[in-house]
Write a protein that binds this ligand. Structure first.
Ligand code: SAH
Ligand code: SF4
Ligand code: F3S
Length: 449
């Protein structure tokens, strides 16, 4: 392929890591057609907006980007050149028809289960408009090419997609479709290919990653044991887990497998049993606490992060306080928290007892203050410790690299560029609520650790 006929592909990604993964796969599947990724929509031959529908204003954000892209498309058209504009992801899935109607300059609208069909859709879109929001059960992953080029030291691997849980607030079961687990052999193959291409740290992804199951009843724990044996893979992570899908083998994996990082993202959403019930989470606060205790027994140095929703319909002050109590009881290393946002088509959207915006804001502020104190405290306990850090990129200034700790903390370290891509022992020297700094450990600090 010569530079002259390379086409510029700009993909903008919102939302979860599954979307990040999908964007990379879209770039891979378009590469044989001559598309190469660029980091701006200016002058691009094709623009894909890979969107997220999880909270409100999602569609507005897409339209505001589309407005700018329409202008860029028009400028290109004035020069006699074409720009293909595509909207993908969960907003496309949920609002495909609406986008197509309101934005006539959009050439393609397609949902998350159709990415393996991109080459044919692109060819078709040069002549007519393409809209594809089918939620086909056919496995897109096994029809996508494997990761091309150098994958870098930290790689994502989607093992599961979709969701059958139907939490009453959530759009995912509608935008991603039914729960689907990739076959075990396909996952192991992809992990081996990633390791061959230089990946040392693999994060397994899924909307409900621990709902993953193999065709012979294997669970996520079994998969971790298998991946643990792949030469070259030094660290294993996974997200996002659901408290309903905790299997014995996953606890065993945390107990037995040193490459499984001592960290778990386990969203609880609320600490009130009544609210958990109304959310259709199908577990109680006490059951969540039991999981935490059991994981700590399996792996005493484990730390947790979670997602929280405040102001779910009907949430009383007392019920909100139960969430605060649960947070105090667990002590989180990191977290994401949101005001409840009504999503059209979900059962909660028609529930009584909407909480006023000011109350939601007050609750969120209090919750985030408490969590921030906990994050700062957790990060503080890391100071003085030596831990393996995977250097994944250059830091903010020359002579600095940034990386991830086993607890997923961002860390900056003065280090030579040759260490990029390596996992190196680092002594943590400083901590804030959101990040750490450290220095390359000496032989003495490593031995003392
Ligand atoms: N599968 C994961 C979460 C997927 S969505 C789980 O079951 O926990 C990521 C997070 O977005 C959720 O954990 C929830 O905290 C938040 N979220 C989802 N829908 C929301 C809504 N309608 N309003 C506010 N936050 C929401
Ligand atoms: Fe959404 Fe619930 Fe499924 Fe998570 S488990 S993706 S919150 S429906
Ligand atoms: Fe958003 Fe879809 Fe992920 S709604 S969070 S991009 S599954």
């Amino acid at each position: 392929m010569t530079a002259a006929n390379t086409k510029k592909l700009y993909i903008k990604t919102w939302g979860c890591q599954m979307n990040e993964y999908d964007s990379r796969r879209m770039a891979d599947v378009l590469a044989p057609l001559g598309y190469a990724a660029v980091d701006s929509a200016d002058d691009a031959d094709m623009v894909i907006l890979n969107t997220c529908h999880i909270r409100e204003k999602a569609t507005e954000k897409v339209f505001s980007d589309l407005g700018r892209i329409r202008d860029q498309k028009n400028e290109k058209a004035a020069r006699g050149e074409k720009m293909l504009v595509a909207v993908a992801g969960c907003v496309a899935q949920a609002e495909g028809e609406f986008i197509a109607k309101r934005a006539p300059y959009v050439d393609m609208v397609f949902g998350p289960q159709t990415y393996h069909l991109l080459p044919e859709m692109v060819v078709k879109a040069t002549g007519e408009r393409v809209i594809n929001t089918s939620l086909s059960a056919e496995n897109k992953f096994d029809n996508l090419p494997s990761e091309s080029g150098d994958v870098g030291p930290a790689a994502f691997l989607s093992i599961q997609e979709g969701c059958d849980k139907f939490c009453t607030f959530c759009v995912v079961p509608y935008t991603r479709g039914a729960e689907f687990s990739r076959p075990l052999a396909a996952i192991v193959d992809e992990a081996k290919r990633l390791a061959d291409r230089g990946a040392k740290d693999i994060t397994l992804l899924g909307q409900n990653v621990n709902a993953w199951h193999g065709q012979n009843g294997e669970t996520l724990g079994d998969l971790l044991y298998l991946l643990h044996d792949i030469p070259g893979i030094e660290q294993l992570r996974y997200m996002t887990s659901h408290p309903r899908d905790m299997h014995d083998r996953l606890y065993d994996a945390h107990r037995d497998l040193p490459k499984v990082m001592p960290f778990m993202h386990l969203p609880v959403q609320s600490g009130s049993d009544a609210i958990l019930k109304a959310m259709n989470r199908k577990h109680t606060a006490a059951e969540y606490m039991d999981i935490i205790e059991r994981l700590k027994k399996a792996r005493p140095d484990i730390a947790f992060s979670s997602d929280f929703i405040v102001g779910f319909p009907g949430e009383s002050d007392a019920q909100f306080e139960e969430t605060m109590d649960l947070i105090r009881a667990v002590g989180f290393a990191a977290s994401y928290s949101f005001k409840y946002s009504s999503r059209p088509g979900t059962p909660a959207a028609t529930m009584q007892g909407l909480i006023r915006e000011e109350i939601k804001s007050e609750r969120l502020t209090r919750l985030q203050e408490l969590l921030r104190t906990q994050h700062t405290a957790f990060n503080g306990t890391c100071v003085g410790k030596t831990m393996p850090v995977m250097f994944s990129g250059k830091g903010n200034r020359d002579g600095q690299l940034h990386g991830r700790t086993p607890y997923n903390q961002a860390i900056h370290v003065d280090a030579q560029a040759r260490l990029l891509g390596e996992i190196v022992p680092v002594e943590v020297t400083k901590a804030t609520a959101t990040a750490l700094s450290g220095r390359i450990a000496t032989r003495e600090t490593v031995l003392a650790a």
